[in-house]
Design a protein around this ligand. Structure first.
Ligand code: NAP
Length: 259
């Protein structure tokens, strides 16, 4: 299927690795010109080189912390006018509900709610002016089904979800389509770090922690960044114009729910 976005320009945040990179890769495969971002310059440059080699398109890399005002300013400056925005940042640390203080919530809100909102506020007006835009926010399965050790994620991402539910319906008529992608467990560094945490707290091997988690997923495995990227590219496509303010769960069936 031709996704109809060849020649469009996309900003994909937090994309040197993992799900963000999967989205960047899938968009580049469709002929989209990219601005990619992460804090670590080395991995980011490696990813830019890989994407250029694989797809031949333009890739601009901006090393910056997307959760800070200065970092966002640098990324937005380099990005200029974009047609497609994929928001993403690292997830909050695990812990228990008794662990977190106000500062922990402020940091989680900054990274996983207020940063995507600031990016939409900066870029959606230009999309509206030009009459076409796509925004995909990478959130989490924690929005549909809370994860006990990720209370900061449960909280901050719920706030973003509410914002998107309201805002997406105000801009859809101007040609700008906003949706959220909700990853369940995918095979990335983040999943490996969480498995490492379980391994330490339960005194089992990392392999055992992973096997136990895989057994809870009806698909019987972790998702891949490539699968996630393909779903993102579709939501950014010409064909997604009637999908407004939705929360698409990619979790191999792990959330046991009818809707
Ligand atoms: P990952 O493999 O750890 O990759 C994270 C990427 O984001 C890296 O490129 C990292 O590069 C970049 N990054 C992190 N913090 C950043 C910041 N402040 N500014 C700019 N770039 C930043 O993580 P992932 O698995 O792809 O997860 C992506 C998001 O999905 C996270 O919010 C995660 O919580 C959520 N999620 C993941 C899963 C899963 O199973 N993988 C499940 C549910 C939700 P630098 O470190 O160099 O900045």
């Amino acid at each position: 299927m031709d996704l109809g976005i060849t020649g469009r320009r996309a900003l994909v945040c937090a994309s040197s690795k993992g799900l963000g990179r999967g989205c960047a890769d899938a968009l580049a495969a469709e002929g989209v010109e990219l601005v990619i971002n992460a804090r670590g310059a080395d991995a980011l440059d490696e990813t830019a080189t890989l994407l250029r080699a694989r797809h031949g398109g333009g890739v601009t890399a901006v090393a910056a912390d997307i959760t800070t005002d200065e970092g966002r300013a640098a990324v937005l400056d380099a990005a200029g006018e974009v047609d497609i925005l994929v928001t993403n940042a690292g997830g909050p640390p695990p812990g228990l509900w008794t662990d977190w203080e106000r500062e922990d919530f402020i940091a989680a809100l900054d990274a996983n709610m207020l940063t995507p909102i600031a990016l939409m506020k900066a870029l959606v007006p230009g999309m509206i002016e030009r009459g076409w835009g796509r925004v995909v926010n990478i959130t989490s399965v924690s929005v549909k089904s809370p994860i006990a050790v990720l209370g900061l994620s449960n909280s901050a991402r719920a706030g973003l979800t509410g914002y998107v539910a309201g805002t997406s319906r105000q801009v859809a008529g101007k040609g700008v389509i906003i949706n959220n992608l909700l990853p369940g467990i995918h095979d990335t560094d983040r999943a490996a770090a969480l498995d490492g945490g379980v391994s330490r707290s339960e005194n089992i091997s990392v392999e055992e922690a992973r096997a136990r988690r895989e057994a809870t997923i009806p698909a019987g495995r972790y998702g891949t960044a490539a699968e996630f990227g393909a779903a993102c590219a579709f939501l950014c496509s010409q064909h997604a114009g009637f999908i407004v303010g939705q929360n698409l769960l990619l979790d191999g069936g792990a959330t046991n729910a009818t809707l």
